[in-house]
Ligand binder design. Sequence first.
Ligand code: COA
Length: 331
Amino acid sequence: MIQSRLPRARVVSTGRFNPPRIVTNHELESLVDTNDEWIRTRTGIRERRIADKDVHAADMAAAAGRIAMERAGITAEGLDMILLSTATPDRLLPSTACDVQALLGARNAAAYDYATACSGFLYGLSMAEAHIASGQAETVLVCATEKMSSIVDWTDRTTCVLFGDGAGAAVVQKATDERGIMSTFMKSDGTLAELLWRPGGGSRIPLDIAVLDERSHYVKMAGPEVFKSAVRAMCEAAETAMARAGVTSDDIDLLVPHQANIRIIEATAKYARMPMEKVYVNVDRFGNMSSASIPVALDEACELGRIQPGSLVLMVAFGAGFTWAANVVRF
Ligand code: COA
């Protein structure tokens, strides 16, 4: 499916929130049997941010959303929709999106959560575009917020060193010229769910003493298998999104990939024929913030001037599900 066409929706502004507390690799050495050298060479991570106990996923999303709204020059009443990606909702019922709506005072908005893990921000952009194209909304706030520190097992060195907390947001509105979402690619494979999941604590295996004893309510990951799938999927996503937009890697000004592991980022960039100078990397400072990784990176890149009006940006993500996605966006 070639999607080359005038964009229907555009990213008007972005915002981010990262908790101030920095936890270095060295600090983790006192929690689990690990070391700074292992973490840096295997993942590229040097430190991550961890939210305080009383800072929740909704608070972080609202903080990022407020910045994005201010930059777009819109008030909370001007939001028609709040779409929120999270693997760490404040609670299972009601949605964290409704909490964010209440925090912002966005009384005219419809709000809902969705669960596509690390691909969440890109799925959100596609949903925002669809709501706008169908005439259901004019102004959509896409939030991605993750308090990963609340679901990682701090006794499991194979996972706890990888993740961090944070949130990003974007205001999406109707496109009025050639700027906007030029192509979208989304795909999933539910047959591989068990490679990256939280098996216990849902309705299938409700939280009980056995779940707590087995620690099965925490994230479990088969790292090397996920690594291979991530590289394969992100390469497919990048290639397809560029083909659908009718562009090549030479046309792309900046690649903003999901930030899980520097080696996955480098492999994706190499396959997409993008030199690392054209790749935004912040995994060293934040670790993997799941769906918040891409919007935080995007917001930093805008602030640093690495994305300018007119820049062509390729975003690529992969996460639990499995889910993967990519977008080409003209800013
Ligand atoms: N510190 C020190 N040693 C560790 C460690 C840690 N934090 N975590 C694992 N190890 C050990 C392992 O126990 C293993 O030891 P062994 O050889 O004695 O059994 C050894 O290091 C190698 O482990 P392995 O899992 O093969 O390492 P790896 O090179 O595959 O790196 C990951 C592990 C998790 C960093 C890597 O697989 C990865 O990044 N996977 C994808 C993660 C991801 O992207 N997840 C999210 C997708 S959105």
